[in-house]
Design a protein around this ligand. Structure first.
Ligand code: THU
Length: 129
C-alpha cells in the first residue's frame, strides 16, 4: 500500500536527483504536503560562495510559501539524501518549525527504513516570537 510517507519519500528522492551539489556531492531532496493538500518538492542548490547554498528543506518551504502564501502550513515533510541518511539540519529545523505544529511528522530514512519524528522531538524549546 502506498502511504503518504512513502509517496513523500519517493518524491523527495526524485527531487534529490535534481540537486545542484558540485561542491559537497550531497544530493538532498525534500517533499512536503501542505495542510491544503498540495505537494511541493525541492533540492539543495549550492554556490561557489559556499555560504549562499540553500538546503533542500528551505528551498521547498520557501517555494510552498511563494505558491500558497503566508498561511502555508506543513502537514507532513520528508527529506532524503542519495547515498546518505540524516534528519533535517538544525537551521532547517527552525525554518520547518515556523510552518509546522508540534506534532507534525518529519520523515527520513534510518537503516533504509522510513522513520518519523515530530517537530517537537526534532526541535524542543524552539525559538518563537
Ligand atoms: N543539506 C540539505 O540540503 N539539507 C540538510 O538538512 C543538510 C544539508 C545540503 C546542504 C549542502 O548542499 C549539502 O547538503 C552538504 O551539507
Amino acid at each position: 500500500m502506498m502511504t503518504v510517507a512513502s509517496a513523500l519519500l519517493d518524491s523527495a528522492a526524485a527531487a534529490a536527483a535534481k540537486a545542484y551539489a558540485p561542491y559537497s556531492h550531497f544530493q538532498v531532496g525534500c517533499a512536503l504536503l501542505t495542510a491544503r493538500g498540495n505537494l511541493f518538492t525541492g533540492c539543495n542548490v549550492e554556490n561557489a560562495s559556499y555560504g549562499l547554498t540553500i538546503c533542500a528543506e528551505r528551498n521547498t518551504i520557501f517555494h510552498a510559501v511563494a505558491e500558497e502564501g503566508p498561511g502555508m502550513k506543513i502537514a507532513q515533510l520528508a527529506v532524503i539524501a542519495l547515498g546518505h541518511e540524516f534528519p533535517p539540519c538544525g537551521g532547517c529545523r527552525q525554518v520547518i518549525a515556523e510552518f509546522a505544529g508540534a506534532e507534525t511528522p518529519i520523515w527520513f530514512l534510518r537503516d533504509g527504513k522510513p522513520v518519523s519524528m515530530t517537530m517537537a522531538e526534532l526541535l524542543p524549546a524552539s525559538f518563537r516570537i
